[in-house]
Design a protein around this ligand. Structure first.
Ligand SMILES: *Cc1c(COP(=O)(O)O)cnc(C)c1O
Length: 807
């Protein structure tokens, strides 16, 4: 489409929709008009691609995830349709501000953090690589809370992301299914003498799908993200339903649980999980039946992937449908389930391992519980014979009065993967060792990835142009070819261009900070970024200690040789996570103190952005010089902000945790700042059982001075929080070993300061990080899933990326 045609189409669309001249109207209206225009452009493709999939009966992937964190879609769609420049030029020629129009789109926060963002990067990459994939999830009425800071405290406000109509979704009422809860169920012989469940007094909910297109990058693929909403079933609308029942139904898809490790509102959460699984599995079964093939080939046509344990009920739900409704034998059904299901483990934190009390599942999902009992019984019988009773019991889905979701997911899948090499090793050697004994070939690693389309092409157009100029544009299709950039490591022109781009991105962020926070930051200072959920294991507090340390040193000695730094934080805390909220309060009070201290000036500034999410990440990441990935080794499964930041030329300050290990393997010692204990060191220190944080506090004057600042009034307004944090570190023995790692962390930070004084040396290292980041494109991650887990053959993308030798 040419610019002029685009302009005409836009004007017409706008005036049709709003009945006023296109020159009037808000950016929201302009966005909506552009959205409708785009819809009319891609819908043909979508219909066509879907029909093609049906006709060819090719295998499809169904990716179940309780969370998706897609970010804004407008520019992503335009980029993938190769219309970004056209649309931008057209709107600007019409006198409109294209970036402001794009920014008027709401950023749907239907996820908490890394897990949901991974699901969205995967949706983008499935479409780009031509993997026929479907996302399956919940259309939460309210996404993750909107974060505000009031007096330094986190306040949670509802995020009404559907206040304006969603431009991309299509309601598919005719594809709705009924999901049954509660009631009584028993088995009765039917006319053939087969035992079939009979239900009474069930509570029925209608699951209505809303589909959102997932447009491939300059190919003809348009996949589907299907999110379900809970509604009153037809025929029940009137007086059959009490207001309480209506509320009970609406509630199911009302809110996303704002915690990515453990959950409040347990019963409702369980309802959500089953609602998504049942609706999704019913959709799949209905689709499979249209193919008119025998059940035995189901695993050749359908791959069901469960993203963490939240969708594990897909397993008993598919068993239920195959056995109860389709009259397969248990053995046939079990084979089908196992061959079609795969599971990704995302965490080794004990508190995040999902367990449900049997009585809850029994009350809410009586037939599902019967099926889990039977899975459990058969597991014990079969595995006891082979491995003895103890191992059989340790790996069984039922433990006492609880159902262990990970155990159920593992025994019913043909593949279990971790999300980084180190994480998978820890799973195999420690957390899931018993399963490794029983199923030695079931485990595999699939290191996470990120889509460079969003995180480089869209977020960092300046960098993208520099890459195009020097290495051509093939990297846009094959991100691994970014490594050609490494050949320019000693090229002054390239290094200068990279520095200019970085400075421009920092200036853009500085303007945002000035506008939103009324704070001046120096764009030439080192921008030091830690953006991720607030959690003790991620150790934002370690960075806080470092800032306090610098602050106290500068107060004592204003001439101390530190590089100017802007410390940038973005983080939401789960509303019930008291400790994390205390850390937020402390950072905000520290910011208040330091930012307003004239003796400190530009030597330290602290920027804690409110309401961190995908859109803010897109603004912050291109502006980062230093990427803080400082979790206690062994705790962060992979991390993905580390990859996004690397791709944008930030150097990583890292422990050897999660995917940091793989970043280190790629860039080598000279291009990363490593510090702290390894996962093995941590393990040994735990086993030795002689860690005593108070001794470190007493004996290390630097640490003592920093920690005292939390309790001696140095930082105002944190009496309670400061004491709480101090106690966690000194009195309660510092569970995450901050004091142990602090000295080497501080040293690594000083090395970063020193290097930053030599801009060219820094730029060389930034270049190397950019060059090797292509390895972490989620396109390759998806190709690995496709090849070795899902067994689907993707179509090739434009430049014909092959699928062998991915490593
Ligand atoms: C990438 C991303 C994350 C994950 O960050 P980690 O540092 O890997 O935990 C979380 N939230 C948003 C909005 C992201 O874009």
């Amino acid at each position: 489409m040419k610019v002029d045609a685009f302009k005409d189409a836009y004007k017409k669309k706008f005036e049709d929709m709003f009945a006023v001249p296109y020159t009037s109207g808000s950016t929201t209206e302009q966005f909506q008009a552009l959205g409708q225009l785009l819809r009319s452009i891609y819908t043909d493709k979508w219909v066509h691609y879907n029909q093609g999939k049906l006709d060819s009966k090719q295998k499809q992937v169904f990716y179940f995830s309780m969370e998706f964190l897609p970010g804004r879609q407008l520019k992503r769609y335009l980029l993938n349709l190769d219309l970004l420049d056209t649309a931008r030029t057209a709107l600007e020629e019409l006198g409109l501000d294209f970036e402001a129009v794009a920014a008027a789109e709401v950023d749907p926060a239907l996820g908490n953090g890394g897990l949901g963002r991974l699901a969205s990067c995967f949706m983008d990459s499935m479409a780009a690589t031509g993997v026929p994939g479907n996302g399956c999830g919940i259309r939460y009425r309210y996404g993750l809370f909107k974060q505000k800071f009031i007096d330094g405290y986190q306040i949670e406000l509802p995020e009404n992301w559907l206040r304006n109509p969603n431009s991309w979704e299509v309601r598919k009422e005719s594809k709705s299914v009924i999901v049954r809860f509660g009631g009584n169920v028993w088995l009765e012989a039917n006319q053939y003498g087969d035992l079939k469940p009979v239900y009474e007094n069930t509570f029925d909910v209608l699951a209505v799908p809303y589909d959102t297109p997932q447009i491939g990058y300059r190919n003809d693929v348009v996949n589907n993200l299907r999110l379900f909403t809970a509604e009153i079933p037809p025929g029940h609308e009137s007086y059959f339903t009490t207001p309480e029942q209506r509320k009970e139904i609406q509630e199911i898809t009302e809110v996303l649980y704002p915690d990515d490790s453990n959950y409040e509102g347990r019963l409702l959460r369980l309802k959500q999980e089953y609602f998504m699984c049942s609706a999704g599995i019913q959709s799949i079964v209905r689709y499979f039946k249209t193919l008119d093939l025998p059940w035995s080939v189901f695993p050749d046509k359908v791959a069901i992937h469960i993203n963490d344990t939240h969708p594990t009920l897909c397993i008993p739900e598919l068993m239920r449908i195959l056995v109860d409704e389709e009259s397969l034998t248990w053995g046939q059904a079990w084979n089908i389930v196992k061959k079609s299901t795969s599971y990704t483990n995302h965490t080794i934190l004990a508190e995040a391992m999902e367990r449900w009390p049997i009585y809850m599942i029994e009350g809410l999902l009586p037939r599902i519980m019967q099926i889990i009992y039977e899975i459990n019984r058969r597991h014990l019988v079969n595995k006891t014979a082979l491995y003895g009773a103890e191992l059989a019991h340790r790996t069984a889905p039922i433990d006492g009065d609880q159902v262990l979701m990970a155990n159920l997911a593992i025994i019913a899948s043909h593949s279990v993967n971790g999300v980084a090499k180190l994480h998978t090793e820890i799973l195999e050697h420690y957390t899931l060792r018993d399963f490794k004994t029983i199923y030695p070939f079931r485990f595999n690693n699939k290191t996470n990835g990120v889509t460079h389309r969003r995180w480089v092409q869209l977020a960092n157009e300046g960098l993208s142009k520099v890459l195009d100029q020097h290495i051509g544009n093939r990297w846009r299709f094959k991100p691994r070819e970014m490594n050609i950039l490494q050949a320019f490591r000693d090229n002054d022109e390239v290094l200068e261009q990279l520095q200019e781009v970085k400075l421009a991105n920092k200036e853009r962020f500085a303007r945002f900070v000035k506008e939103e926070m009324k704070l001046d930051i120096d764009p030439t200072a080192l921008f030091d970024v830690q953006i991720k959920r607030l959690h003790a294991y991620k150790r934002q507090l370690l960075q806080v200690m470092h800032i306090v340390d610098r602050y106290l040193t500068l107060k004592e000695n204003p001439k101390a040789d530190f590089a100017k730094r802007v410390f940038i934080f973005g983080a939401k805390a789960a509303p019930s996570y008291h400790y994390a909220k205390s850390v937020i309060k402390i950072i905000n009070e520290l910011a208040n103190l330091v930012n307003n201290d004239p003796a400190i000036g530009d030597k330290i500034k602290i920027v804690f952005v409110e309401n961190y999410g995908v859109s803010l990440a897109e603004l912050i990441i291109p502006a980062a010089n230093l990427s803080e990935q400082i979790s206690l080794a062994g705790k962060e499964a992979s991390g993905t902000s580390n990859m996004k930041l690397m791709a944008n030329g930030a150097l990583t300050m890292a422990t050897l945790d999660g995917a940091n290990v793989e970043i280190y393997d790629l860039v080598g010692d000279d291009n990363i700042f490593l510090f702290g204990m390894t996962a093995d060191d941590v393990q040994k220190l735990r086993e030795a059982n002689n860690y005593y944080s108070r001794a470190i506090y007493e004996e290390n004057p630097q640490i003592k001075r920093v920690l005292n600042a939390f309790i001696d009034g140095t930082i105002p307004n944190i009496e309670a929080e400061g004491r709480e944090i101090f106690d966690s570190l000194v009195l309660y023995n510092d569970e995450y070993f901050l004091l142990q790692d602090y000295p080497s962390f501080y040293e690594a930070q000083m090395a970063a300061d020193k290097l930053y004084q030599e801009p060219k040396e820094w730029a060389k290292r930034a270049l190397t990080n950019i060059a090797y980041s292509g390895k972490f494109s989620s396109d390759y991650t998806i190709l690995r899933y496709a090849e070795s887990i899902w067994n689907v053959s993707p179509e090739t993308n434009l430049l014909g990326e092959g699928f062998s030798n991915l490593d």
